[in-house]
Structure formats: C-alpha cells, structure tokens
Design a protein. Structure first.
Length: 210
C-alpha cells in the first residue's frame, strides 16, 4: 500500500465478500460519513491475528489507498482495532432484523455532512439499546426511524403526524417517550405505525429502505 494513512472510527454497517480473500466493509463515521474499504482476511490466520470486524461493531480503522491507485481510489484497511462489539444483536432474529434495517437505511441514503454526527450518535444509541435484555427491537427501530427523519429536517410534525387520527397521534407520542423496554404500545399497533412512517418517508421524501 502507498500514500498517507487515514484514521477514522466508524460503525460497521455492511460486510460483503469480494474476490479472493478480500471483504468489502461499509462503515459510517461522523468525520467521513459513509465509506467502503477492502479488508484482506487471512484464510490461515496466525494465533495473534486480530479477528475481522463484525456487523454493528465500533471500529478504529487505519486506511490507505492501494499502490499505484489514484487518490480517490478504493481504501484498503491497513489496521483495525475493535472499540465496541454488540454481539448480543446477532443472537435474536427480531433484534438482528431491526439493526440490519436501520443500517441499510443509512447505507442507502445520503447523509449531509452537517447531519453525520447526529446519525452516528443515533446508531450508537440504537445498537446499545438493542443489546440490552428486555428491549423491544421494533420500538427501537420505530424511534430510530422517526429521529432519523426528524434530524434530517423532514416535516414529520407538519405532514406525517397531522395525517394520522387522534388515537394514532397519541400512540406515536407514547412510543417516542417510552424506554426501549416499554410494553405500553402493543406490537400490532407499533408495526402499523412503523409501516405508515416508512411509506411516508419513501413516498414524500424518497428515503430508500429495504
């Protein structure tokens, strides 16, 4: 590898096999926003080899461009260091689904530079909540989706909420103000409100989801 090294701390949102022993990592950091980097994974790792980063990890990366590649060429991972692992997310299907849906929304939709810190903080809160025992993953996802739209300046209070009936507006307020473990809003009602919010964001503001 050549060229100056670039250091960043990021949430790992996607991990896809590339060619040979290379894996494409997609990360999000407040400084860089969304980025991809190629990681070489040894097929016969030595005992002291660091394990590859896993989905939803918070990782410190040292990145470099490949030898003879232009300055805007692909990044390669020179070094990585695990900062925080959310292993509990992968042990439950509903929790994994909520984390994956939130990650996919961030990877598919441009995040303005002045919103990166807020999105990074939102990911940190959501992933931490999803690791706690008793957390309702569907509630974490709904609250995260609402906050993502609100923090992007989308007129949820001016357009989406007024279009709901009074009972649904009350349920939304309850959901947003309850802890992630709360059972106040029934699952069926929350699923219905989440679908309504997803449709609004996709139709009115072209937000790409699954």
């Amino acid at each position: 590898m050549s060229g100056p090294a670039h250091q960043t701390e990021a949430h790992l949102l996607a991990k896809v096999p590339h060619t040979g022993d290379l894996v494409v990592l997609t990360g999000f950091s407040p400084g860089d926003g969304l980025f991809t980097a190629l990681l070489r994974v040894s097929r016969n790792p030595k005992p002291d080899t660091l394990p590859a980063p896993d989905l939803f990890d918070r990782v410190a990366f040292t990145l470099q461009h490949g030898r003879n590649s232009p300055g805007d060429g692909p990044w390669f991972v020179k070094e990585h260091r695990l900062l925080l692992r959310h292993a509990a997310i992968g042990r439950d299907y509903a929790t994994l689904t909520a984390a994956s849906k939130l990650s996919r929304i961030v990877t598919l939709n441009p995040v303005p530079q002045d919103s990166r810190a807020a999105v990074d903080a939102l990911l940190a809160r959501a992933f931490a909540a999803l690791t706690r025992p008793g957390t309702r993953p569907e509630l974490v996802y709904f609250k995260s989706l609402y906050c993502l739209g609100r923090d992007e300046g989308l007129p949820l209070k001016q357009e989406w909420l007024p279009a709901l009936n009074a009972g649904d507006r009350k349920l939304v307020a309850l959901a947003l103000n309850q802890p992630a473990e709360s059972a106040v809003v029934p699952v069926a009602e929350l699923d219905r409100l989440t679908l309504s919010l997803e449709r609004y964001l996709a139709t009115a503001h072209d937000l790409i989801g699954d």
